[in-house]
Design a protein around this ligand. Structure first.
Ligand code: SAM
Length: 281
């Protein structure tokens, strides 16, 4: 691939998905385009680039999809889920005791394990305090991942990654070779295709947003814009979760870390004009 072709692809990917591809990632582009060449019935990655230069939208979509990294697993970073359960949920449920409802967004849900982990956590918590329910929405740029997530069927390998056996036994059906989530759990979660670069206010308000291991692929202005948009979907006591390699320092002032809670961030609101200063402040 010529440097000009690489540059053309990287500009396109940044525009379409936010992905930043620096020249040292040429190998990544070529290794992802090689299998796509066969899939699209073309002869070489050069044919793909030629189609991209002709603005072939179907090929563009396929390239954007092929360049996504979909690595995920159940209860990824278990401490995050444990602390969400023990340090975040109790206060949040107390504050919403009248409504008994939580809305949660897994923003970049890949094949669904994060959203289903949240559903398992809520199922456990709500069993202790009946009358509660949740809406869990999973979204991802990749159509293939959204389809996989809806399907809720996982290989042995995927099941072995992070899913406690008690959940496997209670909530998965053995399809002899793979495992499918039972309807009671699947019905707690809905998935849809969504690009975080686009406007997502129509999703409505959420109490908790998991936006983990996706901002890492974007440049600082893109991260800042997405975080500002997420902040608008959260109430003042809402909580955002980012991945272990992600943070807000030097990126945005819309969030600050929640003290002593791993991976959790709370919105920072600009003071309202005319609001009186806090006593003692
Ligand atoms: C590494 S996975 C993270 C999955 C999960 N959140 C986790 O932490 O395990 C990143 C996901 O982000 C999605 N993604 C990449 N760019 C995106 C964008 N612009 N909008 C929405 N999703 C995007 C990819 O398709 C991929 O499934």
């Amino acid at each position: 691939m010529t440097p000009q072709d690489f540059e053309f692809c990287s500009v396109l990917l940044k525009l379409r998905s936010g992905l930043i591809l620096t020249p040292d990632k040429t190998y990544l582009l070529t290794s992802r385009l090689a299998p796509l060449t066969r899939k699209l019935g073309m002869n070489s990655p050069d044919d793909i680039v030629a189609a991209l230069r002709r603005k072939d939208r179907a090929v563009e979509d396929a390239v954007v999809e092929a360049m996504t990294t979909n690595e995920t697993y159940f209860f990824r970073d278990p401490q995050v889920f444990d602390q969400c359960r023990t340090a975040v949920l109790p206060a949040m449920m107390k504050a919403r005791g009248a409504m008994k409802r939580l809305r949660v967004w897994s923003a970049a849900s890949s094949s669904g394990q994060e959203a289903y982990s949240l559903a398992l956590m809520f199922k456990d918590e709500f069993a202790k305090t009946p009358g509660w329910n949740s809406t869990i929405v999973g979204t991802d740029l990749s159509e293939e991942m959204v389809e996989r997530a809806w399907n809720g069927t996982y290989t042995h390998f995927e099941i072995q990654r992070g899913l406690p056996v008690k959940y496997l036994m209670a909530h998965f059906e053995d399809l002899k070779g793979s495992w499918r989530i039972k309807p009671d759990l699947r019905n707690m979660v809905q998935f849809r295709k969504l690009n975080l670069l686009e406007e997502f206010g129509s999703l409505g308000q959420f109490d908790i947003v998991f936006c983990r291991n996706v901002l890492i692929y974007f440049d600082p202005p893109t991260k800042a814009k997405i975080l500002a948009n997420i902040s608008r979907l959260l109430p003042d006591d809402g909580v955002l979760y980012l991945g272990g390699a992600e943070g807000v320092l030097g990126v945005t002032e819309a969030f600050k870390p929640m003290p002593n809670v791993r991976g959790a961030y709370v919105p920072v609101r600009a003071p309202r004009p005319g609001a009186s200063p806090k006593l003692g402040a």
